[in-house]
Design a protein around this ligand. Structure first.
Ligand code: SF4
Length: 209
């Protein structure tokens, strides 16, 4: 079992070497906002929106000058934009009032921000601050369970398992390996098992011959 897990980790490493976030950002605040926008949308769509949004509102001081309606108009092409606009404005206000306009660097503080769940908080910690954290999104959840790297029934349980399975130094990269695997090969419906480099090691019921 241990050997199989090690082989899977090495193959993921080789297959997705250099995998990184596909969201475009220059500061922790921009990554936080982009990640908040990414639910129910593609990174490509989010990048399209944030490229023009961040040109004028790339920091909380400028963001809070927008009204809810103005921000909705700017991000209207991403899914759930009304709720996202509300959360982005509320979060930006809290950053200004309680954190000197900066993004906090702890999971507990990040989780207090409106619209920021565990996945978003962990993405910010690991990618913006290089603080070891394992963000579990829908792709990581699905692919790690299919590969037998985790069995948990919730993202939080899977996060705990993956933090035990992978070395701390690999947490950030492994998150990206599993996302790339889920987006490119191990698709939710009709996974491309015929081109999967992990086929020999996969024991998933979803695996096709
Ligand atoms: S063999 Fe199929 S189900 Fe298994 S990891 Fe590869 S793509 Fe996913």
């Amino acid at each position: 079992m241990k050997k199989r897990t090690e082989e899977i980790i090495e193959l993921l490493r080789q297959t997705y070497l250099g995998a990184d976030t596909e969201l475009e950002y220059e500061t922790p605040y921009q990554l936080l906002v982009a990640t908040m926008m990414a639910a129910q949308s593609t990174d490509k769509q989010v990048n399209k929106v944030t490229r023009s949004l961040f040109a004028d509102e790339g920091e909380p001081q400028a963001m809070v000058r927008l009204s809810q309606e103005e921000l909705e108009r700017k991000i209207g092409s991403v899914g759930l934009y009304r709720n996202k606009a509300k959360n982005i404005l509320a979060t930006s206000n809290i950053l200004l009032e309680e954190h000197d306009g900066l993004v906090p660097m702890t999971l507990a503080e990040l989780l207090k921000l409106p619209g920021v769940g565990r996945k978003t908080a962990n993405v910010v910690l690991s990618n913006a601050f290089d603080i070891p954290a394992f963000a579990v999104d829908t792709h990581v959840f699905r692919t790690s369970r299919r590969l037998g790297l985790a069995e948990g029934s919730t993202p939080e349980k899977v996060e705990q398992e993956l933090m035990r399975t992978f070395q701390r130094v690999d947490w950030k990269d492994a998150h990206h390996w599993l996302i790339f695997h889920g987006r490119r090969t191990c698709l939710a419906r009709n996974p491309k098992c015929d081109i999967c480099t992990l086929w020999d090691l996969c024991t998933s019921e979803d695996k096709s011959i």
